[in-house]
Ligand binder design. Structure first.
Ligand SMILES: Nc1ncnc2c1ncn2[C@@H]1O[C@H](COP(=O)(O)OP(=O)(O)OP(=O)(O)O)[C@@H](O)[C@H]1O
Ligand SMILES: [Mg+2]
Length: 382
């Protein structure tokens, strides 16, 4: 009672009653006029405790079992979900640049499988890139070994006392060294071709480029040089690389024609395309060689090694592709060949063309090369 009277101003408390256990009580003061008192509520907790203990016990068991089931289920599901990731890590650890053939096994259709598929596709691309690089090095090594073998062979049999032989060998050695130099230069261009800094794009007048190419080509040999067509207008390209490609085509045309045979250069703006071509009246290219000759170190069947290393057309193709274009070949064996570099038209934005601020695709002479009109020609598009 002492505890209750001490809380007459209101409050809660617990007292222990011997033999009955704990009694919880609440006191609330009550006032009516001059009279005051307290409203007291008390209850014995002992009868309710076992029931409460039972409930808590059942709850605890259920909670632990549920937690255990969720834990095991989560572990199994997470394990299944993460299996491809573990496999991915293991495969990635196994992959060396010497063996890029390993792939991640893909099962199902979830996000992780999509990731595995994407990584497999990336590995395919990497494997291709490495294979191409290795092939390139093999080819380059093989082509460089041939002139070196020739040089060694001549040096070994050289008789210093024979001045005539020494002079002939000197000329031959210098010739082979020049060939190796050209080969190395060409290989460097091809190796650079995939790099983002390969092209230096700038506004260029197609007509002026056509004239330049014709001027340079005239120096390659005495031929009947012609201008088929001359487009005018400025486009964005790499002037030096494009000149290099067209001079390369002109050098091939010279190599496959005789004195006084016709070789023509031309350009044309054709819808959204710029076409620049070199046409010759030489033996042309056989249908079975048309695709092959654009590959590295490939020459037409029957060509002699002395004619070239077979890199010219792959360089032309690399330059066209770097401009998002391609090289087209039209040829009828016996009647000549026309190699056309086809580029997407990238007009110079107004105000950026040093020569003229309006792009004008009017042609001074729009006649296409005559060889394109002949029936029965094949066209190879790269
Ligand atoms: N105008 C052409 N007429 C006939 N055949 C050609 C012509 N241009 C190229 N070819 C054939 O295509 C092959 C490949 O030409 P490409 O320019 O790639 O190499 P190449 O001229 O032999 O050597 P390189 O250009 O490296 O000195 C040539 O060997 C030749 O057989
Ligand atoms: Mg060539």
């Amino acid at each position: 009672m002492r505890e209750v009277t001490s809380l007459l101003d209101g409050g809660f408390g617990t007292v222990e009653v011997p033999g009955e256990g704990d009694v919880r009580f609440a006191v609330k003061p009550v006032r009516q006029g001059q009279r005051s008192g307290a409203f007291v509520v008390a209850y014995f907790t002992a009868p309710e405790l076992p029931e409460f203990d039972d409930a808590v016990g059942v709850y605890a068991v259920v909670a632990w079992v549920a937690l255990l089931l969720i834990g095991v289920g989560g572990w199994v599901v997470a394990g299944r979900l993460l299996k491809p990731l573990r496999e991915l890590r293991a495969t990635a650890e196994d992959i060396r640049d010497s063996d890029l053939t390993r792939r991640i096994t893909v099962e199902g259709n979830d996000d992780v499988s999509d990731l595995a598929r994407t990584l497999n596709a990336m590995l395919d691309r990497l494997e291709n890139a490495f294979a191409t690089q290795r092939e390139f090095l093999d080819d380059a090594g093989h082509e460089l070994r041939t002139p070196l073998t020739i040089l060694r062979g001549h040096m070994e049999i050289l008789d210093k006392r024979n001045t005539e032989l020494v002079e002939a060998t000197r000329i031959l050695v210098l010739d082979e060294i020049d060939r190796m130099g050209r080969l190395v230069d060409d290989l460097v261009v091809l190796a650079k071709a995939g790099r983002p800094d390969f092209l230096r794009l700038e506004p260029m007048d197609v007509g002026v480029l056509t004239d330049d190419v014709l001027d340079k080509a005239r120096g390659l040999g005495e031929r009947e040089w012609r201008l088929d067509a001359r487009a005018s207008g400025s486009v964005i390209t790499d002037r030096q690389r494009l000149t290099q490609a067209l001079v390369q085509l002109a050098a091939n045309a010279v190599r496959h024609t005789q004195r006084h045979q016709v070789i023509a250069v031309g350009s044309l703006v054709d819808g959204q395309l710029v076409r620049l071509w070199v046409r010759d009246t030489g033996p042309g290219v056989a249908a079975e060689d048309a695709r092959r000759i654009f590959e590295r170190f490939e020459r037409a069947r029957g060509s002699k090694r002395s004619e070239g290393s077979g890199l010219g057309l792959s360089i032309v193709r690399a330059i066209a592709e770097a401009h998002d274009g391609h090289v087209a070949l039209k040829s009828q064996p016996g009647s000549g060949a026309t190699f056309t570099v086809v580029l997407p038209l990238r007009p110079v934005p107004p105000g950026q063309d040093p020569a003229d601020d309006r792009f004008d695709d009017q042609l001074q002479d729009v006649s296409p090369p005559t060889v394109r009109a002949r029936a029965g020609q094949q066209e190879e598009v790269r």
